[in-house]
Write a protein that binds this ligand. Structure first.
Ligand SMILES: C[S@@+](CC[C@H](N)C(=O)[O-])C[C@H]1O[C@@H](n2cnc3c(N)ncnc32)[C@H](O)[C@@H]1O
Length: 254
């Protein structure tokens, strides 16, 4: 984990189209994204079942608009926020109806101050970010959630994944410690006053995007099946649906 305060904030500057294309070009990324879409669809079904009123949606660290474009097809309003202009340029094309904001809401003077959302997503952000940035981001996001609202975030670099376990074994513990553990995600989320409602998983087969197992249809069949099995401890990508408790308002009002 880089120690510099600004390193992850700066890391995606100047990137865009190449990042976006990888979700269609790379077979593993494409497969993971399909599974994530199913997870997001299930969450949206639940939100629609529960909520008749309009759904206000925010995608934090929206990047090129991959998640923003998909989710916003089922919400009434959609806002994407990111600090990289080059990523946002692609988002303007992939999610043309969404409001796009170029800002760092983890710092003071956030343009989102006073606005709240029913649903927030934050994909491929937390395990990449430095610890201080993770804490700043989760508290900024928690403040933007309506009571009962949901934050769906993922840890696409789970430290307990079969792949990281193998890397640790093969390198005698020298490598294979990147990303976050389930315990770290739980602590981060609960410290921000949120409850974990559900954890879905994807990516059990220990392969790398550039070192793929074949035949692909067998890997993809197994990975689809694995999402239904209790294998989250071995999965690379954990998707957390978190909720801001409704009771909080009752306690505050009392
Ligand atoms: C790996 S990309 C993920 C993009 C998108 N969420 C996805 O899953 O495709 C991470 C994004 O986080 C953005 N980012 C980093 N620090 C940020 C911050 N402090 N506030 C908002 N966005 C930030 C980067 O600019 C980059 O676009």
């Amino acid at each position: 984990m880089p120690e510099s305060e600004t390193s992850y904030r700066q890391s995606r500057q100047g990137r865009g189209l190449d990042y976006h294309d990888r979700f269609t070009r790379n077979p593993r990324r494409r497969m993971m994204w399909k599974i994530e879409q199913r997870i997001l669809d299930r969450a949206l079904d639940q939100i629609h079942d529960e909520q008749a009123a309009e759904i206000a949606y925010l995608d934090f660290a929206c990047g090129t608009g991959r998640v923003l474009a998909f989710v916003s097809a089922r919400t009434d309003t959609a806002t994407g926020v990111d600090i990289s202009e080059s990523m946002l340029e692609v988002a303007a094309t992939s999610a043309p109806k969404a409001e796009l904001i170029s800002a760092d809401i983890t710092l003071g003077n956030s343009p989102l101050t006073g606005r709240t959302f029913d649903l927030i997503t934050a994909f491929r952000f937390f395990p990449n970010a430095e610890e201080s940035l993770r804490t700043e981001a989760i508290s900024a996001l928690s403040a933007c959630l309506k009571p009962g609202g949901r934050l769906i975030l993922n840890n696409h670099r789970s430290r307990s994944s079969l792949r990281q376990r193998l890397v640790r074994l093969l390198t005698l513990g020298r490598r294979g410690h990147s990303g976050m553990s389930h315990h770290e995600v739980t602590q981060l989320v609960t410290a921000a006053g949120l409850e974990i409602e559900q954890v879905a998983h994807a990516g059990v087969v220990p392969e790398h995007e550039w070192l793929l197992l074949r035949p692909r249809f067998v890997v993809e069949w197994f990975e689809r099946l694995a999402t239904q099995l209790p294998l989250s401890l071995l999965a690379e990508n954990l998707v957390y649906t978190c909720r801001r408790p409704v009771a909080e308002t009752v306690r505050q009002a009392a």
